[in-house]
Ligand binder design. Structure first.
Ligand SMILES: [Zn+2]
Ligand SMILES: [Zn+2]
Length: 263
């Protein structure tokens, strides 16, 4: 009994994104200390035109990849290190994802849809959503990304629920769209530990974390959808902290077994 779970994390940032602290090396050292066996860096993807702020500039992309690959070599006997990116899916940029994935450094992409495309074709920050009907459009964006095969899993698929809006039928539908898509395309979803690092907030229909939202995860249970816990650490001390352990525990309590091997 009690075989210990392999300690992995594929959702790691570093100071290059301009809103995390600590060098990539410090994250690696912390991971080794925490007995993590596989650490994937997934800093926020810099687009070639630097269209999204608050992340590493495109000019640093090559340097980031080389840094992570060098760390992978240096620490190779203690820990497996992967280089990836967390980024938005934008339909017009398929060439960009293919270029990233075919390069020497990057071995995987996480879908982190912080911006989504509206029906009018505008790219909107998720934090600016003021109408739950848009949640359905957001989920449709995520499902379109699932279909492309570029992404290993969807980081915080329930990010939309951070908005100060009461649960309604659009929220139900947004969850259904996500779940149906994940089942249809065999796509994995992330249970994001970083949501639990922030205070609970008061919403029109009660107090809760911004995300993960339990109404999504209740629906995931029993579907067979692959689930990962992502630390989404923005500080070396968070790589595999108590919050990550709690996230695994919460999944266990729901009867959901988290994956450790990257698909
Ligand atoms: Zn970040
Ligand atoms: Zn992240």
């Amino acid at each position: 009994m009690g075989q210990e779970r392999e300690r992995v994390n594929y959702h790691t940032h570093c100071r290059r994104c301009r809103h995390a602290r600590g060098e990539a090396r410090e994250y690696v050292e912390e991971a080794v200390k925490s007995r993590v066996t596989r650490l994937g860096f997934s800093d926020h993807m810099p687009f070639y035109d630097d269209r999204f702020g608050l992340r590493m500039p495109y000019a640093e992309l090559g340097e980031y990849e080389r840094e992570i690959v060098a760390l992978a070599g240096e620490f190779g006997e203690k820990i497996e290190i992967l280089c990836g990116f967390e980024g938005e899916y934008v339909r017009e940029d398929r060439d960009f994802y293919e270029k990233l994935l075919s390069g020497k450094g990057c071995s995987y992409l996480l879908l982190g849809q912080h911006f989504y495309e509206t029906k009018q074709g505008e790219l909107i920050n998720v934090y600016r959503i003021r109408d739950t009907a848009e949640y359905e459009v957001y989920s449709a964006n995520v499902v379109e990304a699932m279909r492309t095969g570029y992404f290993a899993y969807a980081a915080h698929p329930d990010l939309i629920f951070l908005n100060d809006l009461a649960w309604d039928v659009h929220c139900d539908r947004a969850c259904d769209i996500l779940i149906d898509g994940a089942v249809k395309y065999g796509f994995a979803l992330e249970y994001n530990a970083n949501g639990f690092r922030r205070e609970k907030k008061q919403y029109p229909d009660g107090e809760r974390y911004q995300y993960p939202h339990e109404k999504l995860w209740e629906r995931v249970k029993g579907t067979g959808i692959a689930v990962y816990v992502g630390s989404d650490c923005h500080d070396p001390a968070q790589v595999y902290d108590g919050v990550v352990e709690t996230a695994y525990q919460k999944l266990d309590d729901m009867g959901i077994t988290a994956r450790t091997g990257l698909l």
